[in-house]
Write a protein of this length. Structure first.
Lengths: 349, 313
C-alpha cells in the first residue's frame, strides 16, 4: 500500500471531506446508541434539537463555544508551527487565577481600564506558562508534549492550593472557590437576561485577528514555514527558535483568555471545575477547523453544540451524555483521515 | 517517625514496588512502540480502558486472569487503531495519540455508565492477593519488598526481562530496533517495516492496558474515573529517562515510585504545615526535571515519529 499525492484539491472536495468525516462519526457512534437501547435517529435528533432547536438552546451553544474558540485558536496557532501545545488546560486555569487575583478588588479601576488590564495580564501569564516548555524544547530538546501534559496536572494542583489558601473565599462556607470578581471586572451579557456574554465577541474578534496574523503578516508566514519544513525555514534565514518562542507566547496567551472569559463573563469566580477539559477539546476544534482560525469558530460551535445537545438528550433519552465525548474524539480521528484523503490517493499495489 | 527512618522500613519498600508495578508494564509497552519508531500518546487512554476492562470482567463473574486477558485484548485493539492510522497512513503520531486517548477514555466512561447506570459508589471486586515466595520473602527488607507482592507484580518484573531478551537476543527484536533506527535496512532484509511497527504498537498497547488493569485488580479493588491520573504521561517520561533501555527504564520506574511513596509519607509527617498539593505536584515536577537532566544525552531512536513509506528515501 502506498500514498500518492493528489493535485491540489478543489474547494468542493475540501468541504466535502469534513462532512464525510462527520457522517462517518455519526454512523460509528450510532452503534453505541443502539447498545444503549435507543434509536440513533431519535437520539441525534434530540442532540440537534438540544443544541439549536430554540433561541435558548442556540445561545447556550454559543456560550459553550466561547472558551472552545479561544483554546481552539491556541492549538491552531501552535500546531501550525508544529509546536505541540497540549497544555491549553493549564494555560486556561492560569488565566482564571490572574483574573480573580486582579479582579476581586485589588485594582480599584473603572471597567474600561480594568478589563483590558486584566486581559493583558492574563495573556502574559498564559504566554509565560507555555514559554517554559517551548524553551526546554529549543534549548535542551525536551519534547514539549510531555512537559505541557505534565504541567496540566501541576497547575491544577497549584490552583487547588490557591483556592484553599490565598485565593479562598472567606464567605465560601469552606468550599474551595475564590471570591466573585467585582462588577467592574465583569464582561457584560450580550442580551439582557441570557447567559451569552461579551467573551463571545472577544473570541470572534480574536479569530479574525489571528486569521490576519497567519495570512497577512511576516510572523504568520514564518510560523507556517517552520511548521512545514524547519530545515528549509532555517535555510532561507528564518530564526526558527525565535519563531517558536513567538508562537508559544501567542498560543499560551490565547488559551489563557479562555479562563478569563469563563470567569469574568460566565462563572464570576474561580473553582476547580472551571473547565471540563476545554484545553483538550480545543485540539479537536483546531483539527476539525484544519487549523484555519476562521474555521475554528464554526468547529467550536459544532463541538459545543454536541456537548450542549447531548446534555439535553441524556435527560430525555437516558443515553449517557458521555456519548458527546465519544463523538468528539471519533470526529478528531475521522477528520485526520479525511484531511489525508483530500491530499493523497491510496494505492493498494 | 523520623523522615529518614522511613527509608529503612520494609513496609515502605513493599509500597514502592507496588506503586512501580503498573508503571513498569506501561513503560515497557511505550518502550516497545518507541523502539519501533512510533510515539504512542494513546497510553493514558489505553491504561484507562485496560483498568476498566480488567475490573469489569472480574465484576461480571470472570476469573482475575481472564480479566487481565480481556484488558490486554482491549489494549491491543486500541493499539491496532493507533497503528493503522500512524503506520501505513503515516498520520501525525501526536494528533492520533491524543485522539486515541480521548476516544479510549470517553468510550470507557460511556460503557461504565451503560453497564452500571444506577451506582453511586463503585462496586468492589476480590483483587489479587499477595503471594509470598517461600524462602526469599523472609530475607529482611529486600526480600519482603520484592517477594511478598501479588502475582501481577512478579509478572511486571518478568515482562522487563522478556522485553529485554526479545529486543536484544532475538531476530524479531533486532527488526524492531532497526525499524526505529533505520527502516530502509529492515526493508532491505525483506522484512515489512509496516508489519513490524504495527506489531510493536499492538503488543506495546496490550502491555499498557495490563498496567491499567494492575490498578483495578491488584493495587485497588474497584474502578473510578480519572484513576490513571497522568500515569501514562509519566511513563512516556520514564522511557526517555531510561534511554529506551528496559533495564534502565525499570530503575527509573522504581526510583520514581520510591519518590512517590516517600512524598506520601512526608505529607503525613509534615502535619499540614506545607499544603498537601505541593507534595502531590512533586511526582509530575520530578518527571519534568528528569527529562531535562537526560535531555542532553538522550539518544532518541533515529526514526522515531518519522513515517515510513516503502520505496521512498
Amino acid at each position: 500500500m502506498r500514498l500518492e499525492p493528489k493535485p491540489s484539491p478543489s474547494l468542493a472536495i475540501t468541504l466535502l471531506f469534513p462532512l464525510a468525516a462527520i457522517g462517518t462519526t455519526l454512523v460509528l457512534t450510532s452503534i453505541l446508541v443502539l447498545a444503549a437501547g435507543a434509536s440513533p435517529l431519535s437520539v441525534f435528533y434530540l442532540v440537534a434539537k438540544g443544541a439549536a432547536g430554540s433561541q435558548f438552546a442556540f445561545l447556550e451553544t454559543l456560550t459553550r463555544a466561547t472558551p472552545l474558540i479561544f483554546t481552539g485558536l491556541a492549538i491552531a496557532v501552535a500546531f501550525r508551527a508544529k509546536l505541540w501545545n497540549i497544555g491549553a488546560e493549564a494555560q486556561l486555569y492560569i488565566g482564571g487565577v490572574v483574573t480573580v487575583a486582579l479582579g476581586t478588588g485589588a485594582l480599584p479601576l473603572p471597567s474600561v481600564v480594568l478589563v483590558p488590564v486584566i486581559m493583558v495580564a492574563v495573556m502574559a501569564a498564559g504566554a509565560l506558562l507555555l514559554l517554559g516548555p517551548a524553551m526546554l524544547k529549543t534549548r535542551f530538546g525536551v519534547d514539549e508534549v510531555v512537559t505541557t501534559l505534565l504541567l496540566n496536572f501541576i497547575v491544577l494542583l497549584f490552583v487547588s492550593m490557591l483556592l484553599e489558601g490565598m485565593l479562598k473565599d472567606p464567605m465560601g462556607l469552606g468550599w474551595p472557590q475564590s471570591q466573585k470578581v467585582i462588577a467592574e471586572a465583569q464582561l457584560p451579557r450580550l442580551i439582557q437576561g441570557k447567559r451569552l456574554h461579551y467573551g463571545f465577541v472577544i473570541a470572534l474578534a480574536s479569530a479574525v485577528l489571528i486569521w490576519v496574523v497567519m495570512k497577512k503578516t511576516v510572523l504568520g508566514y514564518e510560523m507556517r514555514a517552520v511548521g512545514l519544513n524547519p530545515e528549509g525555514a532555517r535555510f532561507v534565514g528564518i530564526l526558527v527558535d525565535r519563531t517558536l518562542m513567538k508562537t508559544a507566547l501567542l498560543s499560551g496567551g490565547l488559551a489563557a483568555l479562555a479562563g478569563f472569559s469563563e470567569v469574568s463573563g460566565l462563572k464570576g469566580n474561580l473553582t476547580l471545575d472551571l473547565s471540563p477539559g476545554y484545553g483538550y477539546t480545543g485540539i479537536v476544534v483546531a483539527m476539525l477547523a484544519m487549523l484555519n482560525p476562521l474555521g475554528v469558530i464554526a468547529a467550536a460551535i459544532f463541538v459545543a453544540g454536541i456537548f450542549v445537545g447531548a446534555d439535553a438528550m441524556s435527560r430525555a433519552a437516558k443515553v449517557s451524555s458521555y456519548i458527546a465525548d465519544v463523538m468528539v474524539a471519533t470526529s478528531l480521528l475521522t477528520m485526520v483521515v479525511a484531511i489525508l484523503l483530500t491530499r493523497f490517493r491510496i494505492r493498494w499495489r | 517517625m523520623d523522615a529518614l527512618e522511613i527509608l529503612f522500613t520494609a513496609s515502605f519498600w513493599v509500597a514502592v514496588i507496588r506503586i512501580a508495578s503498573p508503571l513498569i508494564f506501561a513503560t515497557m509497552g511505550e518502550l516497545i512502540c518507541e523502539r519501533a519508531g512510533v510515539l504512542n500518546l494513546g497510553i493514558e487512554g489505553i491504561m484507562t480502558a485496560g483498568a476498566f476492562a480488567g475490573w469489569f470482567t472480574v465484576y461480571s463473574g470472570g476469573d482475575l486472569w481472564a480479566g487481565l486477558l480481556v484488558a490486554a485484548l482491549f489494549g491491543a485493539m486500541f493499539g491496532l487503531l493507533h497503528a493503522t492510522l500512524t503506520v501505513p497512513l503515516g498520520l501525525s503520531q501526536h494528533v492520533v495519540g491524543i485522539g486515541v486517548t480521548l476516544l479510549a477514555t470517553s468510550l470507557t466512561y460511556f460503557v461504565y455508565r451503560l453497564a452500571l447506570p444506577e451506582v453511586t459508589s463503585p462496586p468492589k471486586i476480590e483483587p489479587f492477593q499477595p503471594l509470598p515466595v517461600p524462602g526469599l520473602s523472609s530475607i529482611p527488607v529486600v526480600g519482603e519488598a520484592l517477594f511478598t507482592q501479588t502475582p501481577l507484580t512478579y509478572l511486571a518484573f518478568i515482562s522487563v526481562a522478556a522485553v529485554a531478551w526479545i529486543l536484544y537476543r532475538t531476530p524479531i527484536g533486532l527488526a524492531v530496533r532497526a525499524a526505529g533506527e533505520n527502516p530502509s535496512a529492515v526493508e532491505a532484509q525483506g522484512i515489512s517495516v509496516t508489519g513490524i511497527r504495527m506489531g510493536a504498537v499492538v503488543v506495546g498497547s496490550a502491555l499498557m492496558a495490563l498496567g491499567g488493569a494492575f490498578l483495578t485488580t491488584s493495587a485497588f479493588n474497584s474502578f473510578f474515573f480519572q484513576m490513571i491520573n497522568g500515569r501514562g504521561w509519566i511513563c512516556i517520561a520514564l522511557v526517555v529517562f531510561g534511554s529506551w533501555r528496559p533495564g534502565k527504564a525499570l530503575i527509573g520506574a522504581v526510583l520514581f515510585a520510591a519518590f512517590d511513596a516517600y512524598q506520601v509519607r512526608l505529607q503525613q509527617i509534615s502535619g499540614g504545615i506545607v499544603p498537601y498539593q505541593v507534595f502531590l505536584m512533586m511526582p509530575y515536577a520530578l518527571s519534568i526535571l528528569a527529562l531535562i537532566l537526560v535531555a542532553r544525552r538522550a539518544a532518541y531512536p533515529k526514526a522515531l515519529m518519522i513515517p515510513y513509506q516503502k520505496g521512498e528515501r
